[in-house]
Ligand binder design. Structure first.
Ligand code: PEP
Ligand code: MG
Length: 556
């Protein structure tokens, strides 16, 4: 029977496919004791699960080839380590179930590895992955991590961390649905970057039965379970018509009376370039460099690896702006080698620029790599720092850029209310501002961007957030410097018009949103956008602000 559920739509389009769950990471089997006569059966069960997991890792290695193959084969060997298996058998012989025996034996081995110093300690994550796979198999629950599927699917999860999403095969993921997360969570950002529909903050998402057919509408936030054939056809046709109409529009971002608002792409690495170019991005407004650091969050990538990735992005946009954000580690994007593990409140802790100022060699390495990457290229490189709180922060970043001799403009992200309120003072030190409305909303409303229940406060239509955007844009205008938006607010077509009306000078977003924003901007004059902005700021709630802007724009 057809059933309709509703969450928050955060990435346009329709996906129809089967539910696959992101497996839970850590499963702890119950410590129930088994009778001695069951031990041989449990030992055989443990051995069979270990063999099956090892065979699966080897098969996946054969498919992947290259470096991944070596890693997966090493994991398979780990699973079959004779000493480890002997310990499992011993534990089962004295009353553990197969899953508990595996769990405890791996824990003991893990402690040994962790104590053994650098190289072996680095294998702990691999060992945990093997253990989780064997335990999941024995308990008959989905494998941890990304689903093992050769068929395309709709990915369901509690929320997606950047590290999980780095492992996704974009050719298999039709769309995302998450139980947590708001419009600015990484699930939403990644879905837009991949150009797949997504719905977040859907209550009960993690409980939907694996394999059910669902139709996900990323514009309305509706998730239909068991959609009828007619409904599927209707949704597919509506999505195709909309896409065709949008892709017919091209050219630079501008209002109907020719006020230019460049439309730039948010990218996480070279993999996002084809979509950005196809959408007609006029440059890159946010290159989230921390995505390059996620493969192995235990250490910084080599300078050569960084140069190679930066150069690919710079080469794709000759004579265009490319704004690179230096590493934003911490809070929702932790990196093991930089992020303190014991902070009581990581979002308010040492993250972003704060982390880089504490680890100047990492910042210097990144700036050096950027300078090398830009050598000889006809590009307008701009570099910006995340989480700038005040003029002292802005100056420290400017000094680091000057010392590195970087042939680039340097700027500050406005993600903390203090930076928006004192934007003029920050602009005494740097050459441009870029509003990170995701964090700016989080800090303005004291509402964690990863908590689905707080999606209302993360809504970028909140008039208080619009006031802060206006303050930063005014400072840009007064000093003759640019002030763009690179947070997810820029990807909402109606809000993009309001932002242009508030005076922001560029809009940067996941490539898939560019056609929608281009077509919305082209419908209205700058004066209409300004009136819509005034109406939105005069409202008291996000809903009222949205309705007021809509009324101004559709009524004129
Ligand atoms: C933001 O905070 O708006 C932003 C663009 O940065 P991120 O989403 O990567 O924190
Ligand atoms: Mg941010």
């Amino acid at each position: 029977m057809e059933q309709a559920l509703r969450g928050v739509g955060v990435s346009h389009g329709v996906a129809i496919g089967e539910v696959r769950h992101m497996g839970t990471a850590a499963l702890e089997p119950p410590a129930t004791r088994i009778p001695t006569e069951d031990a041989p059966r449990e030992q055989a069960r443990a051995q069979a699960a270990v063999d099956a997991v090892a065979a699966d890792l080897i098969a996946r290695g054969n498919l992947a080839g290259g470096e991944a193959q070596a890693v997966l084969e090493a994991q398979a060997l780990m699973a079959q380590d004779p000493e480890l298996m002997a310990d499992v058998s011993r534990r089962i012989a004295v009353g553990s179930s197969a899953e508990r025996g595996i769990y405890d034996a791996f824990a003991a081995y893990r402690a040994l590895l962790a104590a053994a110093g650098d190289y072996l300690a680095g294998r702990v994550a691999d060992l945990d992955d093997v253990r989780n796979r064997i335990v999941a198999r024995l308990m008959g629950v989905p494998m941890p991590g990304v689903p093992d599927s050769d068929e395309p699917y709709v990915l369901f999860a509690r929320d997606l961390a950047p590290a999980d999403t780095a492992l996704l095969d974009p050719t298999l993921v039709l769309g995302f649905v998450t139980e947590e997360g708001g419009p600015t969570s990484h699930s939403a950002i990644l879905a837009r970057a991949m150009g797949v529909p997504a719905v977040v903050a859907l209550p009960g998402a993690t409980e939907l039965v694996e394999g059910l057919l669902v139709a996900v509408d990323g514009s309305t936030g509706e998730v239909l379970v068991n959609p009828s054939e007619e409904k599927q056809a209707e949704l597919r046709q509506a999505a195709a018509e909309r896409k065709a109409a949008l892709s017919a529009a091209s050219g630079p971002g501008q209002t109907s009376d020719g006020h230019k608002v460049p439309l730039l792409a948010n990218v996480g690495g070279p993999g996002d370039l084809p979509a950005a170019l196809e959408a007609g991005a006029e440059g890159v407004g946010l290159f989230r460099t921390e995505f390059l650091f996620l493969d192995d969050s235990a250490k910084a990538p080599s300078e050569e690896k960084q140069v190679e990735a930066y150069r690919k992005v710079l080469e794709a946009f000759p004579e265009r702006r490319v704004v690179v954000r230096v590493l934003d580690a911490g809070a929702d994007k932790p990196l093991d080698f930089l992020t303190p593990a014991d902070e009581p409140n990581p979002a308010l802790g040492v993250r972003g620029l704060r982390t880089l100022l504490d680890n100047p060699e990492v910042l210097r390495g990144q700036l050096r790599a950027l300078a090398k990457a830009a050598e000889g290229l006809p590009v307008h490189l701009e570099v910006m720092a995340p989480m700038v709180a005040d003029r002292v922060d802005a100056r420290a970043f400017a000094v680091a850029c000057r010392e590195a001799g970087l042939p680039a403009k340097f700027g500050a992200m406005v993600e903390i209310p203090s930076a928006a309120l004192r934007a003029r003072s920050i602009l005494q030190e740097v050459e441009f501002l870029s509003l990170g409305t995701n964090d700016l909303a989080q800090y303005t409303f004291a509402a964690d961007r990863q908590v689905g229940a707080l999606a209302r406060l993360q809504d970028p239509w909140q008039p208080a957030l619009l006031d802060l955007v206006a303050a930063a844009a005014d400072a840009g205008r007064a000093t003759g410097k640019s002030c763009g938006v690179c947070g997810e607010a820029a990807s909402d077509p109606l809000l993009a018009c309001v932002l242009a009306g508030l005076g922001v000078t560029s809009l940067s977003m996941g490539a898939a949103s560019i056609p929608y924003v281009r077509s919305a901007l082209a419908k209205y004059t700058l004066a209409q956008c300004q009136r819509a902005a005034e109406a939105a700021r005069a409202a008291d709630t996000a809903e009222e602000a949205r309705a007021a802007a809509q009324q101004v724009l559709s009524g004129e």
